[in-house]
Design a protein around this ligand. Structure first.
Ligand code: ADP
Ligand code: MG
Length: 448
């Protein structure tokens, strides 16, 4: 046991170099290392379930790499709720997970992770999403009957993936004999290009054409990639002719998918297209109440109304806001009132931000997206990646805030002509390269 304390303090020191005190308090300081061998490291903590699940999904890899770097142990890390921990069970569970992983493909694992989370039951229905909800439910009840293909489109964070996973979850429960394949447009593309490079396209084709249901999340990703589109088109036709259900999501309607072949668009239009719109205040409140229930967070009605009236654009943000309040109230053991919520949620309430603050947030987002440090983006380096991140930051700031060219230049220690040049570079790149276009749009959406 003493050893554990020693080891944990080494790991913790490495964490402290990486994270602020606030993050340490929120996530790591309460952890207790309770088991360690050459394969596993188990921690316990007496936290709410959703906090533990964030620790496991977000931070376990960080912990694993520190164990490897500082202690020389390549262990798998997992955090358990103190009250529920049993060493035997934990080891057994881990073994089972690893065995399953070996057997099944990446998509199926993703599925294992989300079955509990995304269901029709926990999808809150209102005017802006009830069409997509009902269409999804109909497909889950009667695959390949009326609505084929089903395409759900809408802005980011409005529930497209949730509905898709709800369909899968219902089918797994009620029609387990059906072979459902879920994949993101991005992974579909990568997998295909990989197969192409390795000359294994026949295995790829076989995999995708011997299923009962194909679900591709964020299909807009394949637009502009010729070979992938071609392959998708054939897969689509084969499955369609075999009367297999196809479900797709996209962040925009087919008519706005630039670079998507017409014949694919018209295939989409031959099925059912259901949109999801941003939720109105009433639906936002209903969603908040439902999430508070599942996350076991208690907030007064005033605070809920404050969130609903101020965090508007997307449900992912609403969840983020709730998690933040929940974490704060848990760690500090206090109730949250409206004033406190206002302070804590500043980052979510964009209208209360000055344009300069927004500019900083934009650079933060670009930094995360491209994995390039903020100082580098603002710095002088001309390396291709860094310069691109800088151009994108400038382009976004110009489009999102009303800051002048001069002021934007100042943020980057440059003059207004450099700012214009950056904007030009990005304009040209997004016209020519759909991947960059997609990247920039995604970033843009975070701030609109
Ligand atoms: P999208 O795929 O459209 O970007 P997601 O499906 O990932 O969005 O939804 C973002 C988050 O919001 C998810 O955690 C999801 O569970 C939640 N969410 C979205 N719509 C609803 C809803 N109507 N009821 C409950 N949760 C929702
Ligand atoms: Mg999604």
């Amino acid at each position: 046991m003493d050893n554990y304390i020693e080891i944990w303090s080494i790991v913790k020191r490495a964490l402290e170099e990486k994270y602020s005190e606030e993050i340490m308090n929120l996530w790591f300081n309460k952890l207790k290392l309770v088991y360690l061998d050459d394969k596993y490291a188990f921690f316990t903590v007496s936290s709410a379930d959703y906090l533990i699940s964030i620790l496991n999904s977000k931070y376990s890899e960080v912990l694993e790499s520190i164990f490897s770097e500082k202690i020389g142990l390549d262990v798998r890390v997992r955090v358990y709720k103190t009250e529920l921990y049993s060493e035997e069970k934990a080891i057994a569970e881990f073994k089972e997970i690893e065995e399953k992983k070996e057997k099944s493909s990446a998509e199926i694992n993703t599925y294992n992770n989300f079955t509990e989370e995304y269901t029709f039951d926990n999808f809150v229905v209102g005017g802006s999403n009830n069409f997509a909800y009902n269409a999804s439910l109909a497909v889950a009840n009667n695959p390949a009957a009326e609505y084929n293909p089903l395409l759900i489109y809408g802005d980011s964070g409005l529930g497209k993936t949730h509905l898709m996973k709800a369909i899968i979850s219902k089918i797994r429960r009620e029609k387990p004999h059906l072979n459902v394949l879920f994949i993101t447009g991005e992974n579909f593309t990568n997998e295909f290009l990989d197969a192409l490079a390795k000359k294994e396209t026949s295995a790829f084709k076989e995999k995708y054409r011997n299923i009962d249901m194909l679900m591709i999340d964020d299909i807009q990703f394949i637009a502009g990639r010729e070979a992938t589109q071609e392959e998708f088109f054939h897969t689509f036709n084969t499955l369609y002719e075999l009367k297999k259900q196809i479900v797709l999501t996209s962040d925009r309607p087919p008519k706005d998918m630039k670079n998507l072949e017409e014949r694919i668009k018209s295939r989409f239009e031959g099925g059912l297209i259901a949109d999801i719109q941003p939720p109105d205040t009433e639906l936002r409140i209903a969603i908040l109440k439902s999430k508070c229930n599942t996350m076991n967070i208690k907030l007064s009605n005033d605070v809920l109304v404050y969130i609903a009236e101020n965090v508007k654009t997307n449900i992912r943000q609403i969840e983020g806001a709730l998690k933040k309040l929940g974490a704060y109230s848990f760690v500090n053991n206090v109730e949250i009132d409206v004033d406190k919520a206002k302070k804590l949620l500043e980052e979510f309430v964009s209208s209360s931000m000055s344009p300069e603050q927004t500019a900083e947030k934009i650079i933060d987002a670009v930094s995360v997206k491209y994995g390039i440090k903020k100082e580098e983006i603002k710095g002088k380096s001309r390396s291709k990646e860094i310069a691109w991140a800088r151009h994108v930051s400038i382009y976004l700031i110009r489009n999102i805030t009303d800051l002048s060219l001069q002021t934007i230049g100042k943020i980057f220690g440059r003059d207004h002509s450099t700012v214009l040049a950056s904007i030009e570079v990005v304009n040209k790149e997004i016209m020519e390269n759909p991947v960059s276009d997609n990247d920039v749009k995604e970033l843009m959406r975070e701030f609109k």
